[in-house]
Design a protein around this ligand. Structure first.
Ligand code: NAI
Length: 437
């Protein structure tokens, strides 16, 4: 038998290292391992050709092997130019999965890598993808905008992140959504865990790995107090920084204040900031006027999906010639006022550019939702219209349940009388869909 050999990674000899890290990760990803146990024999994804575009990390390698364990064929690219862990990409390529990802892609290589994942097999066995698994919507956009002829053969899209989900709802609103989609991000066991508790670990991790700066006592500003902002602010506070939050939404601003953070406008906050992290999923959060009032050697980074939260185009256009690379993904710029700023990961999401993303355990929760979404869309396609869906509450609770034992959590059980009293069944779901957690 010949395994597929089509792949492009940095160095295939890193595979063994990647595999050893994957073995450690498996022990931290009980949700994915439970799905392998539950569905491995019945192969429900047999016939699925899933093209995935999601940070090619060790955790994603466990997701990929869960999809293949359930019968799917998979091709993979990374959804960010800096987020690949080369040992993870190598370990996956070594198993015969066509993976096109390495750390430090150019924009052209980024597109090329995604494009390689659209077709499976060679020669007369060449077939197009029939499922999309995306993080941020770049694969989705490529297929829908540049390969519309492939859409008819595709069962659906599962989308990982806030920004990608936003793009899908926009298409739905404009009448240009040609496929059923599952919004994985808004499973409770995704956004209220990965975005929040994930960033609570990976935000400071990234800044430390990049700069080794002392956090305690410093002033840190977090732009946006959604799920990622809440996690990032907690991360910085946990490291001893004094944290200021900026917001546009009065509810989130009030939450930040009640959590004990100062809430100010960015123009004022940057003046006292040692560290600035954008977490809005919006654009132009840090622009020329902010940069020119920053303190000397302020550390600037973004943990949202795209690099337009910080006006990198302006920074590079105006001060690109002053840029000095301290090390990969850590650049020092000198501004006209002779102040310097340290920019991490070229303004792209810092926890994946300067560190290794979120820890395995929280990604297990996210990716268990991903696999359930792929299962739903592939095996139950007729139940879905060309709209954006969220997984039902009982599946959300199932994902959480699969992660309890690892933490030694023991649940109370409802008696029939108690369940009746609060209007649920003893087995759940325990909350109505309008409950906000
Ligand atoms: P969210 O919608 O929960 O939070 C964003 C917040 O930013 C909102 O509260 C909004 O009011 C606020 N905001 C918008 N414009 C603003 C402005 N001009 N100034 C101040 N605040 C503003 O979204 P979530 O889930 O927190 O995601 C944020 C971004 O992070 C998205 O791009 C998402 O895709 C990405 N993400 C990154 C992760 C990572 O590991 N780096 C993990 C999960 C999501």
């Amino acid at each position: 038998t010949t395994k597929a050999t089509r792949y492009k990674v940095k160095d295939i000899t890193l595979a063994e290292w990647g595999r050893r890290e994957m073995q450690l990760a498996e022990a931290e990803m009980p949700g994915l391992m439970a799905l392998r146990e539950e569905y491995g024999a019945s192969q429900p994804l047999k016939g699925a050709r899933i093209a995935g575009c999601l940070h090619m990390t060790i955790q994603t390698a466990i997701l990929i092997e869960t999809l293949t364990a359930l019968g799917a064929e998979v091709t993979w690219s990374s959804c960010n130019i800096f987020s690949t862990q080369d040992q993870a990409a190598a370990a996956i390529a070594a198993t015969g999965v066509p993976v096109f990802a390495w750390k430090g892609l150019t924009e052209e290589e980024f597109d090329w890598c995604i494009e390689q994942t659209l077709f499976f097999g060679e020669g007369e066995n060449r077939k197009p993808l029939n499922m999309i698994l995306d993080d941020g919507g770049d694969l989705t956009n490529m297929v829908l905008d540049r390969y519309p002829e492939l859409v008819a053969g595709i069962g659906g899209i599962s989308e990982e992140t806030t920004t990608g989900v936003h793009r899908l709802y926009e298409r739905l609103k404009n009448g240009t959504l040609p496929l059923p989609c599952i919004n994985v991000n808004d499973s409770v066991t995704k956004s209220k865990f990965d975005n929040k508790y994930g960033c609570r670990e990976s935000c400071v991790d990234a800044i430390r790995r990049a700069t080794d700066v002392m956090m305690a006592g410093k002033v840190a500003v977090v732009g946006g107090y959604g799920d990622v902002g809440k996690g990032s602010a907690a991360s910085l506070r946990g490291a001893g920084a004094r944290v200021i939050v900026t917001e546009v939404d009065p509810i989130c601003a009030l939450q930040a204040a009640m959590d004990g953070f100062e809430v100010k406008k960015m123009v004022d906050a940057v003046k006292e900031a040692d560290i600035i992290v954008t977490a809005t999923g919006n654009k132009d959060i840090l622009t020329s006027k902010h940069f020119l009032s920053m303190k000397d050697k302020a550390i600037v980074c973004n943990i949202g999906h795209f690099d337009n939260e910080i006006d990198m185009a302006w920074l590079n256009g105006t001060y690109g010639s002053s840029k000095v690379e301290i090390k990969p993904q850590v650049d020092l710029y000198t501004l006209e006022n002779n102040q310097q700023v340290l920019v991490l990961a070229e303004g792209r999401l810092v926890n994946l550019g300067c560190a290794t993303g979120h820890p395995s355990f929280v990604m297990s929760s996210s990716f268990t939702n991903q696999v359930l979404a792929q299962l739903e869309l592939y095996t139950n396609r007729d139940a879905y219209k060309n709209e954006v869906y969220i997984l039902p509450m009982h599946l959300d609770e199932k994902v959480a349940r699969l992660h309890l034992a690892k933490l030694g959590i023991e649940l109370e059980e409802l008696s029939k009388e108690q369940a009746d009293y609060i209007g649920v069944t003893p087995e759940g779901p325990y909350k109505p869909t309008y409950y906000r957690y």
